[in-house]
Write a protein that binds this ligand. Structure first.
Ligand code: ZN
Length: 201
């Protein structure tokens, strides 16, 4: 929808369009013309929404920090689940995975070669040498926070240590790249280059 410069901005800030989102919209349009996939207005969050997401992320991180204090060999993945459930409720949040498409638990706990989304169980115990991914998502005041963290139980093999280090390095490199007007990947740029090259079928 096209807006006039003097209209009230579509974001409901109460400011005139020309003093609010006009510049951003023009830049988004420019990216769209260049062939990039651009976010729609619903995906562009206002200050209050960003603050809500930040708060939810803070609670989510706090839960992982608390898990770090508790996690040890001999506990079951269900123990981790019930701890996270109770802590999340106590902090005023809701575990986002609980009941999502029928998922029965408040967290995903994946041990060693389980890639992700391991379902907590009272018959699975952590033992020394395990590497464990704990994936927590929290709804707080209607906003979602979501992150996972790796935990190493006791002494782990150098092979497992290398895996954990490589994954950590990969995410650090990825985070370094995050910024305004950056893309999520090279795909769009690559397909644009290819589509402009008539000599490539
Ligand atoms: Zn605006």
């Amino acid at each position: 929808m096209r807006m006039n410069r003097n209209d009230n901005c579509w974001c409901h800030s109460g400011k005139k369009y020309k003093y609010c989102h006009l510049t951003l919209d023009e830049k988004v349009e420019e990216f769209s013309r260049m062939g990039y996939i651009v976010p729609n207005r619903k995906l562009i969050k206002n200050t209050e929404q960003i603050q809500g997401i930040r708060e939810s992320g803070r609670i989510n991180t706090l839960i992982l920090d608390e898990v770090n204090e508790k996690i040890t060999s001999g506990i079951s993945t269900e123990d981790i689940n019930s701890y996270i459930y109770e802590l999340t409720i106590r902090l005023g949040g809701i575990p986002a995975t609980l009941g999502f498409e029928g998922y029965p638990k408040s967290v995903c706990v994946s041990i060693n070669n389980e890639v992700c989304h391991g379902i907590p169980s009272s018959t699975r115990y952590l033992k020394d040498g395990d590497i464990v991914n704990i994936d927590v998502s929290t709804i707080y005041n209607g906003y979602y926070g979501d992150s996972s963290r790796m935990f190493c139980i006791g002494e782990i093999s150098s092979e497992r240590n290398n895996l954990v280090e490589a994954a950590k390095n990969a995410i650090d490199v990825g985070l370094e790249e995050v910024g305004p007007w950056k893309t999520l990947g090279i795909w769009v740029r690559l397909s644009m280059i290819l589509s402009n090259r008539k000599d490539i079928p």
